[in-house]
Write a protein that binds this ligand. Structure first.
Ligand SMILES: [Zn+2]
Length: 95
């Protein structure tokens, strides 16, 4: 019997929460570093098609850590603006 060893990405196995088979996707991951929001694009991750749970490989995690330490590169990176809302809005404070 021939063993099929076709490399088709990394096997993330099953979701810990709902046991669905994880799919490999490239995601955007956000990090708060010293009060600054940094978004890392195209992070290879296993994503659960049912509950959205995400897992990254240990070496991917280590690489992200290295990217986030590169303050020079971060300073030169393009900026995006994000909406920021307050937890207590006008409506809710009226009792
Ligand atoms: Zn799941």
């Amino acid at each position: 019997m021939e063993i099929k060893r076709r490399k088709k990405g990394y096997d993330y196995g099953e979701c810990e929460i709902c046991n669905a088979y994880m799919e490999e996707k490239y995601i955007k991951q956000d990090f708060w570093i010293r009060g600054e929001l940094i978004v890392v694009e195209d992070v290879p991750a296993g994503v659960c098609p049912q509950c959205g749970e995400r897992v990254v490989k240990a070496d991917v995690g280590r690489w992200i850590t290295r990217l986030l330490e590169n303050t020079e590169q971060i300073a030169k990176a393009p900026k995006i603006s994000v909406p920021m809302i307050k937890f207590f809005d006008e409506e809710k404070t009226k009792v």
